[in-house]
Design a protein around this ligand. Structure first.
Ligand SMILES: Cc1ncc(COP(=O)(O)O)c(C=O)c1O
Length: 329
């Protein structure tokens, strides 16, 4: 029976959903949403805060500041509340209302950037705002998840070993790419142990992470408008780009079977099924990482008006049909 005194001490590493009965291929979905921050970002937040404390950067009078599309902001809000720090999250207008409310409930301040930067994305504008805050007052401490090695180390030390222990014969691992902390931590772990695991990154169409053309993206968590400094592409075997239409369809297909996951999980599952179909990979042991759960997306991914306004009237006419690239299966 786990008994805890601080919220960051609980995190489920052992739950997988076998998607074989919902999609055509066997795929084990590692569920990272079962902790008090509700997402995989708890591990990155805990690691980066611990390192900043060890290094003496974070002191009792410090004000933590971070740019986040939401989930890291929630995790840092929770840890800051637990440890007695102040926290200010810089996010943008794509951040879900419920995610913003969660941060505020933990006592954090939230600044919302509404004007995109010159690339048409929000990330550069968010980071410029963080830099301006740090220049204005030396109590601000920016952990900088985009460049902080604690971000990938959290997954090197926790996420990847948990997967390796559960699947000693793992063939392929699908990881969504935001800051690429999860991707790089897992990829480094398997590469250094000489495990023959194929690492497949899943990104959104419109993201520039792997050199694509920038385009509009509405689903937070995955994709970037500025290439992430943590990324080392030599660790990545394949990259799948997923259209947000396919993300929405995969999310709804899972929901119709009783599994309510977040938007980025739909992206990862859609990209993974596409890759497995292209590689005729029925015999492979495949794992994908589901970064969070779906309740934070009730006003977006799971709201008919939102999805129809953005992606067209017929987006959900046939959720049983999974679009794979330009084909349907
Ligand atoms: C919902 C969701 N999915 C995926 C990711 C991507 O994880 P990473 O930043 O480790 O690449 C994030 C990161 O914030 C997220 O919030």
């Amino acid at each position: 029976m786990p008994v805890i005194s601080v919220p960051q001490d609980f995190n489920s590493e052992e739950l997988y959903v076998d998607l074989r009965s919902i999609f055509e291929h066997s795929l084990f979905l590692k569920c990272e949403g079962f902790n008090f921050a509700g997402s995989i970002k708890l591990k990155a937040a805990a690691e980066m805060v611990a390192a900043a404390e060890r290094d003496g950067i974070l002191r009792p009078q410090s004000v933590l500041v971070e740019s986040s599309s939401g989930n890291l902001g929630v995790a840092l809000s929770m840890i800051a509340a637990s440890k007695g720090y102040q926290f200010l999250c810089v996010t943008d207008s794509r951040c879900n209302l419920s995610t913003r409310r969660l941060m505020e409930a933990f006592g954090s301040q939230v600044h919302i950037i509404t004007e995109p930067d010159a690339n048409g994305g929000f990330l550069g504008a968010r980071i410029a705002h963080v830099r301006a805050l740090c220049a204005s007052d030396n109590r601000y401490v920016w952990l900088n998840q985009y460049a902080n090695p604690g971000n990938w180390k959290a997954h090197y030390h926790r996420t990847a070993p948990a997967i390796a222990a559960a699947f000693p014969l793992l063939d392929v691992l699908f990881v969504g790419a935001g800051t690429t902390g999860t991707l790089m931590g897992c990829a480094r772990y398997f590469r250094e142990r000489h495990r023959p695991v194929r690492i497949v990154a899943v990104d959104s169409v419109g993201s520039v992470t792997f050199g694509g053309t920038p385009g509009p993206r509405m689903i937070p968590g995955l994709g970037t408008s500025v290439r992430p400094p943590l990324l080392d592409e030599s660790y990545v075997d394949d990259v799948m780009h997923v259209d947000e239409v396919d993300t929405i369809r995969a999310c709804h297909r899972l929901a119709r079977k009783g599994f309510l996951f977040g938007g980025s999980t739909g992206t990862v599952v859609s990209g993974a099924m596409d890759w497995l179909a292209q590689h005729n990979a029925h015999e492979l042991t495949a794992v994908a990482i589901a970064p969070d759960l779906g309740e934070r997306y009730l006003d977006t991914v799971y709201q008919t008006n939102w999805t129809q306004d953005l992606y067209g009237e017929d987006i959900l006419d046939d959720t049983d049909r999974l679009t794979v690239g330009s084909r349907s299966i």
